[in-house]
Design a protein around this ligand. Sequence first.
Ligand SMILES: [Mg+2]
Length: 109
Amino acid sequence: MSRLHLKSNPTLADIQQYVRDMEAERGFEDSHISQNCLFLVEEVGELIKSIRKSHLGLRNDPAKHYDENTAGEIADILIFLVTIANRLTIDIEKAFREKEEVNKQRTWQ
Ligand SMILES: [Mg+2]
């Protein structure tokens, strides 16, 4: 029985803590960052495959813009992205804010 719980309207810090707890519960906390990088790329491939199939008219529900499977792949990517950030002790919200301040100064063509 899992003891994991993600509160409603979580912050990025909450999600980072959830993934930390999830890795501890599942015994993944010692997995090497290079392995997590490979998993991230694998999940990106799964997302693109899911989108490709969806655009080929193979969507389960044609009324929706995406398949549940595609949403799941987005979640998988987030999990591995957060795992990598956690390994490097990167505060994702802080990194996002700082990078966006840089991006705001750029000229976009
Ligand atoms: Mg996946």
